[in-house]
Design a protein around this ligand. Sequence first.
Ligand SMILES: Nc1ncnc2c1ncn2[C@@H]1O[C@H](COP(=O)(O)OP(=O)(O)OP(=O)(O)O)[C@@H](O)[C@H]1O
Ligand SMILES: O=C([O-])CC(=O)C(=O)O
Ligand SMILES: [Ca+2]
Ligand SMILES: [Mn+2]
Length: 672
Amino acid sequence: MAENGKGTMASLGLANGNGLKKIQTHGNGNGNGNGNGGKKNGNGICHDDSAVPVKAQTIDELHSLQKKRSAPTTPIKGSQVGAMFATLSEEERQKQQLQSISASLASLTRETGPKVVKGDPAKKAHPPKHVHHHPVTPTISVSDSALKFTHVLYNLSPAELYEQAVKYEKGSFITSTGALATLSGAKTGRSPRDKRVVKDDTTADELWWGKGSPNIEMDEHTFMTNRERAVDYLNSLDKVFVNDQFLNWDPQNRIKVRIVSARAYHSLFMHNMCIRPTPEELENFGTPDFTIYNAGQFPCNRYTHYMTSSTSIDINLARREMVILGTQYAGEMKKGLFSVMHYLMPKRQILSLHSGCNMGKDGDVALFFGLSGTGKTTLSTDHNRYLIGDDEHCWSDNGVSNIEGGCYAKCIDLSREKEPDIWNAIKFGTVLENVVFDEHTREVDYSDKSVTENTRAAYPIEYIPNAKLPCVGPHPKNVILLACDAFGVLPPVSKLNLAQTMYHFISGYTALVAGTVDGIKEPTATFSACFGAAFIMMHPTKYAAMLAEKMQKYGATGWLVNTGWCGGRYGVGSRIKLQYTRKIIDAIHSGALLNAEYKKTQVFGLEIPTEVEGVPSQILDPVNTWPNKDDYKETLLKLARLFKKNFEVFANYKIGKDNKLTEEILAAGPVF
Ligand SMILES: Nc1ncnc2c1ncn2[C@@H]1O[C@H](COP(=O)(O)OP(=O)(O)OP(=O)(O)O)[C@@H](O)[C@H]1O
Ligand SMILES: O=C([O-])CC(=O)C(=O)O
Ligand SMILES: [Ca+2]
Ligand SMILES: [Mn+2]
């Protein structure tokens, strides 16, 4: 690739190393951009451009010369699918597409759906070419909403979405590196307490309900009430954005998703985060498998049954629909779809994982589990390895596949030096959420938390130079569990046996400290089963059993890596240097740690190496770094008690069919 790139540069006369174009002294006038704006002929004499007049009589004609028609509206030629659809005219295809979108947007209770028409309502010069009336004939009385048009902006390109955002959405700006800075509104993170799942005869049995479960029930009727509310809101707008895209790079298990939203920000976010269809795939998209209605800023009605706030994120698995009311935080769409995958995939014996994933030059794959902020994105984005994905994966009999087409990196305190690949991915096309920038230079200040600490960048995975495309890989060799332990008692790295891996996977521990200005706060432990309890749909032991089976079958090794505090607890020590964590991860990948010398820790019984290349040995056992050993022991026991207490609810469950493993897992926790 690189060779080709150079060849092309040379043939274009771009050969000088700094990428600047050489001034041509010969040739017949391919002289655009040669500095003086003029054009040289063979004699090197400059002529004025006006010698070749533009073929336009009016400004409008001139503008029309600027643009040519492109995919996805171009008819397919040559391909097999093309042959099948060859009888369909372009017009017919457009009509079918609109029919499908109109059906998505139809009210299910009123007399008729909206008239949908393609294109930007701002361009009113010509009457709409394709108008689609919803097929139901009005019977009783026609409401005003049925008389208006809803313009559909269908799978717009990033450039088109930038224009929409900058023109119509407050808080949208282009940053100095070309990213689109946006505001997500009042919500700058997900609202897990406002998530609802429809409980019907099927899901009542299949899903995990009750204490500890993320699934808070709602009934079908309430879902329909909220759906109607979202659809009515969307139809009341001049225009809506529609994205038709895919999830899961495994071609056999690809899911078609449609996202209907009110903001260009949402459309660009999903463009980046889901898998982008080729023009051919889009032509033949057909009916989506799952649809999101994102009404964003429009709230739910708090008088509606089951609603406890004006925000509601509702999933209906039977209808294959999700409704979002009262939050504009785009991560709800990403993680809502992830929840859906946590239902659909295990039904096909495929394990869905809240993990990052990368692959070495020799094809060795590593998974990185961990709760938010523990380092999945940071550590899977590794310049020496191929990135398969940073957050959501599937593990099937064929190996691993990324669910998404993009990455969602935390940006707080982002530095070019420590995370160069993420830094460089923040360019044209990337959505930057809730960052603060200089009003004149538009340079982003990544240390500024004025809007939120959860600042984020969403970019297509190919913005990372060594992304593995397609995003699939063989069976994992290493399973790395990340915990950010603000108590500072877990070792920076330990090797786990299978039972310990399962124990820590089911526990899903991390401890973070809420940002505070006034002094030191106690860290709070978070336990989130499967390192993502907010997104799983079935009981944690179901996923755990699948993970154990796969790790056993393919001989993967488990590791626990503490990316949190070192040298004492929060307020005394500091977060372990990213540089050291990277060295630890390198030693796991290379196999060096597998054969290192180990000793066992007290209480948690973790195997810790005595040496890791590039890491000061004394930090490998946290007891060394605490000046007061009693303090250390006390804190260690405190954490151990929290683990024990959290695990109580799982003590009565069997992991898969293996009684022996279940017992081993129960015994793999802290002993004190
Ligand atoms: N030793 C370390 N290891 C990993 N990350 C570190 C370390 N020290 C500091 N960090 C910072 O911690 C953050 C880790 O966030 P990251 O985006 O990787 O989380 P994540 O696990 O992907 O979470 P989410 O699921 O919310 O996307 C980054 O901002 C990174 O710079
Ligand atoms: O979903 C989000 O907002 C961010 C994320 O990746 C997580 O919390 O795991
Ligand atoms: Ca991440
Ligand atoms: Mn995540």
